[in-house]
Ligand binder design. Structure first.
Ligand code: F6R
Length: 240
């Protein structure tokens, strides 16, 4: 695991954008694994800027997102479908048919989960997976617990995640209690992983990434099993 520290959120996003740009230029039909939440916003802004400057072409790129609330319709302003449209898809030349997210409105979520993993396989797997980090150490919505799921699955959000994500909703009661998320095996199958952690709130989870334990109580520690992980973090996340 490679740890790279930066002085500011902007610097982390610049560094992440360099890694994404290199991937896109090296393999123009890359499969990019994408995340939502606050952390990737600066990266997405930078990718849009590079596209507008004529320096990036997304026309052949395929994307798969980590997760989506359940049940939540794609038109809902807090859905991850909506977020991706607002923050990336709507601003670059990605083709709509090349962008995949778990279906938060699926009548049969178990079937939708199987179909999602099959889709990722059909695409040839993920070349570069972006991850944020939950304050409780979750990645995707793989929440701390005594066991973890391998494949894409419907999961209950932990109370701490509901609380942390309430800032995006009118109030905590409106946060969906469930989500469809890629599982740990799905994430670890990505050929390369880039995790961004910003701010003191992420320090405990980052500290667990740096010590020698692998535990389902901090799902991100499973990243230690992957041969090509880069962690970009600022002083707050690194030092507390
Ligand atoms: C979002 C996701 C989550 C977030 C994490 C951090 O798609 O998978 O694991 O990355 O909850 O969220 P922020 O960036 O809002 O602190």
């Amino acid at each position: 695991m490679k740890i790279v520290s930066g002085n500011s959120y902007e610097e982390l996003c610049q560094r992440a954008a360099v890694i994404f740009s290199e991937q896109i230029r090296k393999k123009p039909d890359s499969v990019l694994g994408l995340a939502t939440g606050s952390t990737p916003l600066g990266l997405y802004r930078e990718l849009v800027r590079l596209y507008e400057a004529g320096r990036l072409d997304f026309s052949q790129i395929r994307t798969v997102n980590l997760d989506e609330y359940y049940p939540l319709r794609p038109e809902h302003p807090q859905s991850y479908h909506y977020y991706m449209q607002e923050n990336l898809f709507g601003h670059v030349n990605l083709r709509a048919e090349n962008c995949y997210l778990p279906d938060g409105a699926a009548p049969d979520p178990a079937l939708a989960c199987v179909a999602y993993d099959q889709r990722i396989e059909q695409l040839g797997g993920i070349d570069l997976q972006l991850l944020g980090l939950g304050e409780n150490g979750h990645i995707g919505f793989n929440e701390p617990g005594s066991e973890l799921c391998a494949d894409t699955h419907l999961t209950e959000l932990s109370e701490s995640t509901v609380h942390a994500n309430a800032r995006f909703f009118a109030n905590e009661a409106e946060v969906p209690r469930r989500a469809i998320t890629m599982g740990m095996a799905g994430i670890l199958k990505a050929r390369r992983i880039l995790l961004i952690a910003y701010g003191k709130k992420k320090h405990a989870a980052v500290a667990a990434l740096l010590d020698n334990r692998i535990t389902p109580q901090v799902p991100a520690t499973l990243l230690k099993l992957h041969p090509d992980v880069t962690v970009l973090c600022d002083g707050g996340a690194f030092l507390g």
